[in-house]
Design a protein around this ligand. Sequence first.
Ligand code: CTP
Length: 190
Amino acid sequence: GVELARTALARGATVTLVAANLQVAPPAGATVVEVVSAEDMRRAMLEAVTDVDAVVMAAAVADFRPAEPGEHKIKRAAVGAEVALPLVQNPDILAELVAARAGSSAPVLVGFAAETGSPGSDVLALARAKLARKGCDLLVVNDVSEGRVFGEPDNEVVILGRGQAQFAVPRADKATIADAVWDAVVPLLR
Ligand code: CTP
């Protein structure tokens, strides 16, 4: 996310970075909105996307949250040896952005997909289905099996577009990967 912001700034874009759990410094020149929960991120995104040309959702948003966040520490003696925490689904921010676009072609919407593959479905097949399900314009596919990608300086991705469009970006630092994402976005800008 941070490299996407940095490389967009370098290309002359005006950038808002909505971020949670930042582990590296955001680039100077971006408007940074720091959030904690998925609900905060949803609110910040819906506010930030009015009048933008492109949105890239690189955040690994938690799919679920505790149904009843506690005010106080859960004491071990009070719960016993096992505890089950009911979880409820978080809003799907990207899906909401697609819905809010309501059939218009702007802004360009880019999703990320973290996949590990599963028996019978390889990473790209899962990602192709995810692109169709989400309805965004591009999907940047990361194979995160065996602990890859998160917190690492390098990455390799496949960028999926509508139809059968597919572009593999070989292993490189994240700035190079981010530039490849913007290269894929540019032809879609109107
Ligand atoms: N995303 C989102 N809001 C969520 C979950 C995901 O906006 N609550 C966005 C991510 O930022 C990413 C895309 O949706 O751009 C795909 O996220 P991913 O976690 O790979 O997919 P899921 O929709 O959670 O699907 P699944 O759990 O089935 O892999």
